[in-house]
Design a protein around this ligand. Sequence first.
Ligand SMILES: Nc1nc2c(ncn2[C@@H]2O[C@H](COP(=O)(O)OP(=O)(O)OP(=O)(O)O)[C@@H](O)[C@H]2O)c(=O)[nH]1
Ligand SMILES: C=C(OP(=O)(O)O)C(=O)O
Length: 209
Amino acid sequence: MRTIAVLPVKSFGRAKQRLTGGFPDRPGLAAAMVADVLDALAQVPELDQVIVVTAQAVSADRRVTIVHDPVEAGQSAAAARGIEAALERGAERVLLVPGDCPTLDPREVSALLAIRAGVVIVPDRHGTGTNSLLLTPPTVIAPAFGEGSFARHRGLAEAAGASFHVAQAGSLELDVDTRDDLAALRRALGARPGGAVRTRALLEEAAVA
Ligand SMILES: Nc1nc2c(ncn2[C@@H]2O[C@H](COP(=O)(O)OP(=O)(O)OP(=O)(O)O)[C@@H](O)[C@H]2O)c(=O)[nH]1
Ligand SMILES: C=C(OP(=O)(O)O)C(=O)O
């Protein structure tokens, strides 16, 4: 089943506003996390392509398509733009992934893609947000990210009469928005050697600065 990942990426200079005062180089952190997410997605054989939706210059491999986001109207609008581009490229399902989950484990993504349901959701670590959505078909529901999005996506799936599955994928449940998330990231990176190479290096560099 032709599967395309869609990764919305806000301009790094405008990203991670909730980390103001929590980390010296927010743009650098946003860029490092996106690069680590892309590295991880590149190791998922079940993905036919990756679409990055952004106004930002992003370096990536040949399997990545950049779709321009001139308006930056939010994650949902960017995700919708990516879904449209994925449909044009023959996607039968799309995996929506955020760019701020640097611990993303390719093996967990493969396990996620083995689940058969109209809407598969990976909640954030608080259980109230949405860190990833697997949509089959890509238009089964419209992305509705933001506060309380887990319940909203479940409601949309029910209203659409789509099957709904909540997936446990620890490496995808940690998105980095706040100082607490950054502390949780440091713990997660300390507990698991390897992966998130750029994010790990930036945090280590900041720690000794
Ligand atoms: N292309 C695009 N991506 C976005 C936009 N808003 C958010 N994103 C991406 O959606 C994902 C989750 O977004 P947030 O958690 O809100 O990240 P953020 O906007 O950097 O964080 P805050 O500035 O604290 O809200 C990240 O990969 C963001 O880069 C947007 O307007 N356009
Ligand atoms: C976008 C979401 O949350 P956050 O902005 O905290 O990543 C969400 O969980 O839908």
